[in-house]
Write a protein that binds this ligand. Sequence first.
Ligand code: D5M
Ligand code: FE
Ligand code: ZN
Length: 491
Amino acid sequence: MKEFLEKCAERRLLLHPETVSMLGADGGLVSRVLDLPEGTVVTPDKLLETGPARREVSGGNGAAEGGGPARTGGEAASHGNASREPSLEVLVDATGESEGSGELRDLNALFRDRLERLGGILKRRRGINPRKVGTIPRKMERQVATVGMVSSVSETNNGNLLLRIEDETGEMPAIVLLRDTGLTEEAGALLVDEVVGVAGHTRKDSDLLLVEEIMRPDVPSVEPGRGGNYYAAFISDLHVGSTTFLGEELERFFSWLRGDVGNEEQRDIAAKTRFLVIAGDVVDGVGVYPGQESHLSVTDLVEQYEEAANLLDTLPDHVEIIVAPGNHDAVRQAEPQPAVSDEFAEALDMKSLTLVSSPSTVSLDGVKVLVYHGRSLDDVVNCVPSATYEEPTAAMKELMRRRHLAPVYGSRTPISPEKSDFMLVDDVPDVLHCGHVHTFGMDSYRGVTLINSGTWQSQTDFQKRMGIEPDPGIVPLMNLSSGERMKLRFA
Ligand code: D5M
Ligand code: FE
Ligand code: ZN
């Protein structure tokens, strides 16, 4: 109980005394409470509430965001009614939407689109009235706020941070005096190319903007969308075709999903698991890195997909499988990655299987899942001191705070120069599902469930050298009606 109360305090949840006794009587409620958005006052009514539509929570941190599209499936969702068939809808998919020519012109268009849309979110959420960078007066005392892209970050001799903030009208230097402003954490996490709002003042004797506040777009505290009493399972990074692919463990999970094993309660959950989301690296691929041939048990790409399809084909038809690509799959590396192509993955042309892009958004019976392989997590772990491979959800939180899935350009994540920015998180999802880093994590951030689904590949020689300890064979499950999260282990 003490640990639970500490967690509540961390999430700024206020518990009504009556809820405490309710919690004692029902263990399942505990996870539901911890899932509530930050700042919620937890009353008995709130606990029992299973309203279909997702609502903004007032009193949370940050203003509500108006004008968003209506939530799909919300009104129709009948809760706790497992007799109705669950619905699957692809809400956003970048396949075939790519129209960039790869020219510098498109890169400019991409950054302009990113700046404009994230700037819009910052203005609405933070209530700032930013000036264009080019209009900020120099060598004058003024209080100003602006929104721009961070074009460089460097440390000064005195241990402060020097930034350059840029928009389409100009660029200007800004300094964060770390000791004076207490902005150590905010400023330490600044990524090159991310869009931030800064407030501060200009001075008579200098060209520098003295930063007093750093603002990120962030997500509003929201109540997650809910579906019927069904479960979704999330996996990624199977790496079929690799000598380190854990086929037996995956088959064990699939036999659980078929209801062949487990006690009565588990079989009941398995029968209600109607969605299997796969967030990329389905196969190990061919020629992904130099010398890969010696790590492959299946050296033909088409055959790798055939093996993957044979495994997935053992699942009952009522399990809807959603497959997004990763950097090992047979599709271009630049993000957004279109769905894996028929040319190589014809075997995946199956009745209950839907191929989607990375990123893409699907509605699982009304619960919005943003699926993204997660290559940019490498960049976040590299640049943000609090983000580590051991705890991938911390890095995923950084993506949500920036409302962007690939904030850094030109590092580990190849980004396609498109006219509009597909990597931007416009509509806040109920679940963000990533993989790639091969470590497992499940958490929630402001009502958004964050899942990193680990891997089905044992530690590779490369990962051993890099000190990466993978978490293979773990399956996160989420109940679409209650939001309850579970994790099953098959390795
Ligand atoms: O990536 C699996 C994990 O290994 C992920 O955390 C990135 C890391 N990885 C993979 N390739 C590299 C290179 N070339 N440098 C550094 N780290 C890397 P996967 O996409 O499954 O290969
Ligand atoms: Fe992988
Ligand atoms: Zn990967």
